[in-house]
Ligand binder design. Structure first.
Ligand SMILES: [Zn+2]
Length: 115
């Protein structure tokens, strides 16, 4: 499943980033998932739950997922528009634009540790 491999890669990234001792104090992971990223937050939560089900060492770590909006920046007037209903049109000059600046990403935004 797509989401299971995403959970695995998030954990791998954190394990490369932080020392074992630090990871034991990890309490929350904050993700930003773009609406065009093909990642379904609900399924990602399920996959994370399944990952932790068998007593993983991260079972105390909460996963927070923020779904980020789709934004385009107009090539003509540089205006940034938040795309609604997949309407890729600059709200300033009303020209169509496919210059995505947000909405495709999946990133670890923040990690929380116990003091
Ligand atoms: Zn424009």
């Amino acid at each position: 499943m797509h989401e299971t491999s995403i959970v695995n890669s998030i954990i791998k990234t954190l394990e490369m980033e932080f020392e074992e001792e630090k990871l034991r104090k990890m309490r929350a992971i904050y993700l930003k998932v773009g609406k065009l990223s093909n990642i379904e937050p609900r399924l990602l939560h399920n996959a994370y739950g399944a990952y932790n089900y068998c007593g993983s060492k991260y079972h105390e770590v909460d996963l927070h997922i923020e779904s980020t909006e789709i934004k385009i920046q107009c090539e003509i007037c540089n205006h940034i528009t938040q795309v609604k209903n997949y309407r890729f049109i600059c709200e300033n000059c009303e020209r169509p634009s496919k210059n995505l600046i947000e909405g495709e990403e999946m990133l670890i935004h923040k990690v929380e540790f116990e003091d």
